[in-house]
Ligand binder design. Structure first.
Ligand code: PA5
Length: 445
């Protein structure tokens, strides 16, 4: 079995081979457009070559992060959107969910929302820790992480004093622009650069993802190797049907043409929750523009079968699902036999929980197909750094292809500015005076 397999059998009642074939040429053209940089947003295509470029940077990252984390038992990663979701997705997929036996310091997150309560509790949590900060922002001026950094850096300075606090901050940002770069240069923080031609949501294979993943104790060489493996079958030279990224992009667009406007990424392992969050940002921010795009949603099964399951089974039929499953792991948990059988579970005693979960997945797939929901199936061979690297690169390539097939620029996010401008105006940020007046009048009505 290869590291990642994609299966379209459960979309066939809606998308025949002929239907799919009509989308393959445009998927291939889109892939060629990504590689020869002839499409929209072509100044943001640096991520395509990241599997090889990242490999060159890995040793430097490993040695610098090893020195940085020495003695630390907690690191706060500050960032939002593409500057944190890839890290969180990888670490949550691999780490002990109960926080035991971690291969590195505890990783906490900040700057990904504006909850006062969360920041207060985090600062309290850090009091008894030997801690440091990794602050990540490509633009270097995003409000949420900038604010979190001001607060946490103040706490760091008050605990360790300014000279020592500087050694406990690592900044990842643009080479030249933005307030974070100015701050990093002035305070002489150790820093890494986010290349100009890579946008946030495509940056997990740059220091944005690699530095915190290495700090957490995971193997970034394997992660990069997985992406390298996936870069081979996703090259334009491969025939369409050997290329999983083309298949996925073509299938999604064929389903959209059948009015399946919402895609739900469903997992059967809670470790994948944040992989879905990362995926939602990737596809939502890349495709949702010019009144186009497939709405990306996600569910954790079987948990959400007891909440969202009803809607998926019986609600409006504009949905399709993508099941993301993982091959059997090493750890086995067997259902014990019980002589009294009062819970009536002896019919499955002796079986692995994993086996039962697989039957749940199969039962769900059959039920949802019967209910009118096509299901694309993506299976990862295992859950480790290598497979995650392959998965992320696969989703990125496929997203670029899919965006071009829709006719949008998958590498900008103009719509994200609307809320920011209103927030700045409401907060009285200098330069936003006109907008403040307009909003005041609107709110008075
Ligand atoms: O994909 C993107 O570009 C965005 O989601 C950004 O990652 C997010 O807005 C954070 O931006 P920055 O890294 O500039 O703080």
């Amino acid at each position: 079995m290869s590291i990642l397999n994609i299966d379209l059998q459960a979309i066939e009642p809606w998308v025949s081979n002929n239907d799919l074939n009509t989308f393959l040429p445009s998927a291939l053209r889109a892939l060629e457009g990504l590689h020869n940089k002839s499409g929209k947003g072509n100044d943001f295509l640096g991520w395509i070559n990241l599997p090889d470029n990242a490999a060159e940077q890995a040793e430097e990252i490993i040695s610098k992060t090893a020195a940085f984390k020495q003695g630390l038992d907690c690191i706060v990663v500050i960032g939002i959107g593409g500057s944190y979701l890839g890290t969180k997705a990888v670490i949550d997929a691999l780490a002990n969910p109960f926080g035991n036996n971690l291969p590195g310091p505890e990783i906490c997150y900040a700057g990904h929302h504006l909850s006062e309560d969360y920041l207060d509790v985090l600062i309290g949590h850090l009091q008894s820790k030997n801690w440091g900060i990794v602050v990540i922002s490509k633009s270097g001026k995003t409000t949420e992480p900038a604010l979190a950094f001001r607060l946490l850096n103040t706490a760091l300075i008050s605990k360790y004093g300014r000279p020592e606090a500087k050694n406990r901050v690592l900044a990842i940002t643009d080479a030249k622009n933005g307030a974070l770069r100015t701050l990093a240069n002035q305070e002489k923080y150790q820093s890494f650069i986010i290349p100009d031609d890579i946008g946030g949501r495509y940056s997990v294979l740059t220091p944005v993802g690699l530095v915190p993943i290495a700090l957490a104790g995971y193997d970034i060489n394997s992660f990069i190797r997985g992406a390298q493996q996936m870069s081979v079958p996703t090259l334009p030279g491969k025939t369409d049907l050997e290329n999983p990224a083309i298949i996925y992009a073509a299938a999604r667009n064929a389903l959209l043409a059948k009015n399946k406007t919402t895609e739900i990424l469903a997992n059967f392992n809670p470790r994948l929750h944040y992989v879905a969050e990362w995926w939602k940002q990737l596809y939502g921010e890349s495709e949702g523009k010019d009144q186009k795009g497939i709405f990306p949603a996600s569910v954790d099964f079987t948990t959400d079968l007891h909440s969202m399951g009803q809607y998926i089974q019986d609600g409006p039929r504009n949905l399709f699902e993508t099941f993301l499953t993982v091959g059997q792991g090493q750890k086995t948990v067997i259902v014990p036999e019980d002589k009294d059988n009062l819970d009536q579970l002896n019919y499955i005693s002796g079986r692995r929980i994993e086996d039962i979960n697989q039957q749940a997945a199969l039962g769900t797939l059959l039920a949802h197909v019967d209910g009118g929901v096509p299901v694309i199936q993506i299976q990862l061979a295992k859950l480790n750094e290598e497979a995650l690297g392959a998965l992320f690169y696969f989703f990125e390539i496929s997203c670029g292809i899919s965006g071009y097939m829709l006719g949008v620029n998958p590498f900008d996010q103009p719509g994200v500015e609307a809320y920011k401008n209103n927030m700045f105006a409401l907060l009285g940020k200098p330069g936003f005076e006109n907008q403040t007046e307009i909003l005041k009048k609107r709110l008075e009505k």
